[in-house]
Structure formats: C-alpha cells, structure tokens
Design a binder for this molecule. Structure first.
Ligand code: GUN
Length: 258
C-alpha cells in the first residue's frame, strides 16, 4: 500500500448500507475494519430504512462522480421498497467492486474482466492456495444466485472444471453431490449438505451463513458429519467470509488503478 501511495494511488471505498439489518451491519463493519487494517480510505453512508429510491440513486450518482472514491459497494439485501437491480445498474462499472453490474457480469462470462465477485473469487483463491487443481474435476455448485452460485460456476469453468449447478428443483441432490470432487455450497439452507452426501476425499467449501433460532451461526454444510468424509473443508464462520473481504480489498486497489 505504501508503494501504491508513493505512486499517487490512494484507494477509496464508499460503502452504502440502508436500514438496520443486523447481519448487514456486521458485514459492513468488517469491511470497514479491513480497509483500516491495510490503509484503504473508507466512507460509510448509513441511510435510514425509509430512504427513497430517488435518494439512494442520487447518492450513487454523487459517488460515481467523486474522484477520491474508486469503489462503491451497496450492501445487499436492501429494504423491500427499494429496487436492487436499479441500484446495481446505477453504479459505474469502473467503480463496481462487487462485480454485480451487468457489464461486469458479461465480462466475466467472456473471461476478460476487471473485477471478480468477491465471494466466488475468494473461494477460487482458497482452492488455489490449498494446492488443489480443479482441471478436469467434477465440481458441483449447490445454489444459483447471481451473487455466488452462477459466477462461482463460471470461475470453476474458467479453471477447466466439469461443472454442475444444483438448485431447489434438482431431482436428486444427493446423487449429484456424491459425484463432486469439489463441492461448493451456497444455497442458504442450514446444514443441508450432510456427510452421507459427500464423496470420500472431496474438497468441501461452505459459503452458507445461516442464523438459527437459537442464534447459532451455521453454514449450508453439516460440518461434523462432512469433515469425516472430506479431505479439506471450510468452517463457518471463519472460512470463506474473510476471503470475501480480502477480495473486496483487492478489487478496490484494482479500481484505483483503472
Ligand atoms: N450481501 C451479501 N453478500 C454481499 C456482497 O458480496 N456484496 C454486497 N454488496 N452485498 C452482499
């Protein structure tokens, strides 16, 4: 960061949060702390739940024009009366450090991109740093969200994995999961994937973050049974979450150089 700053690059990230969702508040706080830790300037825009679509779009427009802001992130989900898609579309693609804008989504599909979405990029980094090569392997992604499932499948495909995407209408989820050499769970169903659905020696990555009625935080994988079969497995919390934030930092630095 010091070298970047010496060369006149001083990355700035704007984080917008609307309303009082407790999980979103924690995510935003962690993003701000990461910025402080590595020397990225961050500005937080905490707006009340009753903010109108026009007010939110006006803020995005101001931030698009602000020269000392290189990255803009609007924490999702937004309160129900706001149109998430319109907000994503309003963020300048060059400042879209989440890589949610359709221009960036399209670039990822083609394979010529500036930013990767933070969570899937973090998963790929974990896989790579663990010395795992997905080339030719059976990769199963459970979940098809725009934020994780769909881009995750694309990144595994870029690395030459043989990719299956499963979702709520998949006829036999267990059969599909049992084929996986690399299994990524991103469905938002607490402990849906149990040990009996995992092939011996598989790599299991749990993107889930589910709060149970008893306040426990669990993933989409039942960790205790899954760890008996997996060769490598990520815990919740502390697995993918910190990687997502690391990738946000990387994207913000990249945005400052565009
Ligand atoms: N909500 C859950 N994950 C994310 C993310 O990666 N970015 C934003 N902006 N909101 C989220």
């Amino acid at each position: 960061m010091e070298k970047l700053k010496e060369s006149g690059i001083n990355p700035g990230l704007a984080v917008i949060i609307v309303g009082e969702d407790p999980a979103s508040k924690i995510y935003v706080r962690n993003k701000k702390l990461a910025c402080e830790a590595i020397g990225i300037r961050s500005e937080e825009y905490a707006l009340p739940a009753e903010t109108t679509q026009e007010e939110l779009l006006a803020l995005v427009e101001t931030l698009n024009k602000k020269e000392d802001i290189h990255g803009i992130l609007c924490q999702l989900p937004l309160p129900k009366h706001l149109d998430e898609e319109a907000v994503i579309n309003a963020i300048s693609p060059k400042k879209d450090v989440d890589a949610f804008h359709p221009v960036n989504v399209g670039k990822i599909m083609i394979g010529n991109f500036d930013f990767l979405p933070c969570t899937p990029a973090g998963v790929m980094e974990l896989i790579k740093e663990s010395g795992i090569d997905v080339k030719g392997k059976e990769c199963v992604v459970v979940g098809r969200s725009n934020i994780v499932g769909k881009p995750m499948a694309m990144l595994l495909l870029h690395q030459h994995g043989t990719v299956t995407i499963c979702h709520s209408k998949t006829r036999d989820l267990k059969e599909a999961c049992l084929r996986a050499d690399v299994l990524v769970a991103a469905v938002g169903v607490p402990e849906l994937i149990t040990g009996d659905m995992i092939k011996e020696g598989a790599v299991v990555i749990d993107v889930g973050m589910n709060r149970l009625p008893d306040k426990r935080l669990v993933g989409d994988v039942h960790f205790e049974s899954a760890k008996e079969r997996a060769a490598a497995i990520t815990p919740v919390p502390g697995g993918v979450g910190p990687m997502t934030i690391a990738m946000l930092m990387k994207n913000t630095v990249k945005a400052a150089t565009l």
